[in-house]
Design a protein around this ligand. Structure first.
Ligand code: ZN
Length: 266
C-alpha cells in the first residue's frame, strides 16, 4: 500500500426518520471499516462526521458539526431543481465539502446518505457512485423497504448495516490501492450488480496477499441477528471483527475497539 492517506467519512442524512432509525448503526458501520483496515498497522487516517438535523445523543462535537452550521447550510445542501427524485454525486460532495470547510479537505471523502443518487441512463438505481477520491454511497436501495420487503425492525437495520459496510469496505479498499477481485465473499468483489451481492461479501479474501487482513471480516446478517436486540444501545461493544477463515485470536481489533467507546462518550 502507498503513503498514509486521510479519509473523511460523512454520515449525511436528510430525513429525521433515517437519523433516528439508522444513524447509530451507520456510525458503527464506519467505525468497523476503520477497525478492519487499521488492523495490525495504520493504513489510513480516518475522520468521521455526522451531518443531520437531529443526531444520536451520544455523538458530540467534533463528531457532529455545530447545530448553527448545519442549520445555516441545510437548505442549500438539499436544494434540487424541478421534480428530480435523486441527487447527483458531484453535487452532494461539493456541497458537503463546502459545509465542512477546512475539515472537508481530506485526501478522500466518503459520504453515506439516505438519499437516492442519480444512476447512469438505463440503470434503475445506484448503490454508490463518484469519481476517484470522492464517493457517495446511498442507503436507499440497501433498505429492504425500498424493495417492498417488510422486515422486522432489527433485521432491517442489520441488513442495511451489513450492505453499507460491505460497500464502504469495498470503496475504502480501492482507495487504499487494492485491486478488485473475483471472490464473491470478498469486499473487493468486482461484480456488485445488486444489493444482495453485498450480503455475501463478508471478509477480505486471501487473493489480496495481505496476511494480516486476510480472512478478516464481519458476521453475516443471519449470524449477528440473534444478538442484535441491543445493537443500537451497545453498538460500541458490537464493534468487532471476526476471522472467517480460522478461529484465530482477534486481540488487536478488540484493543482498537476500546478507543471507539471513548468516541461514543466524548
Ligand atoms: Zn478479494
Amino acid at each position: 500500500m502507498q503513503e498514509i492517506r486521510s479519509i473523511l467519512q460523512v454520515v449525511l442524512l436528510r430525513e429525521e426518520s433515517a437519523s433516528r432509525e439508522l444513524g447509530a448503526a451507520l456510525w458503527a458501520t464506519l467505525q468497523e471499516v476503520e477497525l478492519l483496515y487499521n488492523t495490525a498497522e495504520l493504513r489510513a487516517k480516518f475522520d468521521r462526521v455526522y451531518v443531520a438535523k437531529t443526531r444520536p445523543e451520544f455523538l458530540k462535537e467534533p463528531f457532529v458539526l455545530p447545530q448553527a452550521t448545519v442549520n445555516a447550510g441545510w437548505t442549500q445542501l438539499w436544494s434540487k431543481s424541478g421534480q428530480r427524485r435523486t441527487y447527483d454525486t458531484e453535487t452532494l460532495y461539493s456541497r458537503t465539502r463546502q459545509l465542512l470547510g477546512e475539515r472537508g479537505r481530506s485526501d478522500a471523502l466518503m459520504i453515506v446518505t439516505d438519499q437516492e443518487i442519480t444512476p447512469p441512463p438505463r440503470w434503475r438505481y445506484m448503490i454508490w457512485g463518484g469519481s476517484g477520491n470522492e464517493i457517495v454511497i446511498s442507503v436507499a436501495p440497501t433498505d429492504p423497504r425500498y424493495w417492498g420487503i417488510q422486515a422486522e425492525d432489527s433485521v432491517r437495520v442489520l441488513t442495511i448495516k451489513h450492505r453499507i459496510r460491505s460497500a464502504c469496505c469495498s470503496v475504502v479498499g480501492v482507495e487504499l490501492g487494492l485491486e478488485r477481485c473475483q471472490n464473491p465473499r470478498c469486499f473487493l468483489y468486482s461484480s456488485v450488480d445488486s444489493v444482495t451481492t453485498l450480503d455475501e461479501m463478508v471478509c477480505l479474501g486471501p487473493e489480496h496477499k495481505l496476511p494480516k487482513l486476510s480472512g478478516l471480516g464481519f458476521e453475516s446478517v443471519e449470524e449477528s441477528e440473534s444478538e442484535s436486540r441491543n445493537l443500537l444501545v451497545n453498538f460500541a461493544k458490537k464493534v468487532g471483527l471476526v476471522k472467517s477463515a480460522s478461529a484465530k485470536d482477534v486481540q488487536e481489533p478488540r484493543a482498537l475497539g476500546k478507543s471507539f467507546e471513548s468516541e461514543a462518550s466524548a
